[in-house]
Design a protein around this ligand. Structure first.
Ligand SMILES: [Zn+2]
Length: 273
């Protein structure tokens, strides 16, 4: 099923898909093992920096082969695409879905660029996500404000034809200094203003009940990145202080197991109603 169709169905059912970033073979394998374990569909995300790190063709071929051999329902998505050239190369490489993030630009430019990407993605039958409002990126001030306005969301969706919209409702990328407070009333208003699936970026560290409430109020795609990196690297760091083993195939598996349990528990959280 096309991702845009799956998301639309989930929005109606007040359910959400987990979208999680992978960085290498190990994190990819862990994510897919969790999806298989829980028998849940999942979105695999690549950021521009991960694409640079692995190489576009290598990353795509590896993800597609791993999905096929795991036998899970999964889609490949570009996270925070910054320009149309990158989006085009990802679509050509076989991505199911792309995000164009012009959220830091003025509204009119965001509309214009997003509309271009929607047109570009059309013949590929790919899903397009855009962002409206200020969701702090790594290293940016988390208290930036700039929440998504319901009226802007309604206009933005109408003028671009985008399939999914990332909204700024109080979440931020990276770890939180204090537990975040999502503006659920605002989310509800946005959800009433537009019927398209809404996306929550920066879910690492958002309390479970708040995540579930957000899903009840229109969030249909939950992005997770920071916690995946964190559990993998924290385990790896502790293993490396205990062992002189140089066979990396012996060292990596317990760190992969940490990714499996993290993603499996997130899939459970998303599914509780
Ligand atoms: Zn994000």
């Amino acid at each position: 099923m096309l991702l845009q169709d799956k998301l639309r169905a989930f929005r109606k059912e007040k359910r959400a898909l987990l979208a999680t970033n992978f960085y290498n073979y190990e994190t990819l394998a862990g994510i897919l093992r969790a999806a298989l374990l829980k028998n849940k569909p999942i979105i695999l995300q690549l950021s521009e920096s991960s694409i640079k790190y692995m190489g576009l063709q290598t990353a795509v071929a590896m993800a597609k082969a791993a999905v096929k051999s795991a036998g899970v329902e999964a889609w490949l998505h570009l996270d925070h695409g910054s320009n149309i050239d990158l989006v085009k190369s990802c679509l050509d490489a076989g991505f199911d879905s792309v995000m164009i993030d012009a959220s830091e630009h003025p509204f009119a430019y965001n509309v214009e660029l997003t509309r271009k990407v929607v047109q570009l993605a059309e013949p590929y039958k790919a899903c397009v996500e855009a962002e409206l409002g200020y969701v702090a990126k790594l290293g940016q001030n988390q208290e930036g404000g700039g929440f998504t306005s319901p009226e802007d969301a309604r206009r933005f969706v109408g003028e671009t034809g985008v399939h999914a919209l990332a909204v700024a409702i109080g979440s931020a990328h990276g770890f939180y200094k204090e537990p975040p407070r999502l503006r659920l009333e605002l989310l509800q208003d946005i959800a009433e203003a537009t019927p398209i699936p809404l996306v929550l970026h920066g879910s690492s560290g958002v309390p479970e009940d708040m995540l579930q409430a957000a899903i009840q109020h229109g969030i249909t795609k939950v992005n997770l990145a920071t916690e995946t990196k964190n559990v993998f690297m924290t385990k790896l760091r502790s293993l490396l202080t205990e062992t002189r083993e140089i066979d990396l195939r012996q060292v990596f598996p317990p760190a992969i197991d940490e990714v499996v349990s993290l993603i499996a528990s997130k899939l459970d959280v998303l599914d509780l109603r």
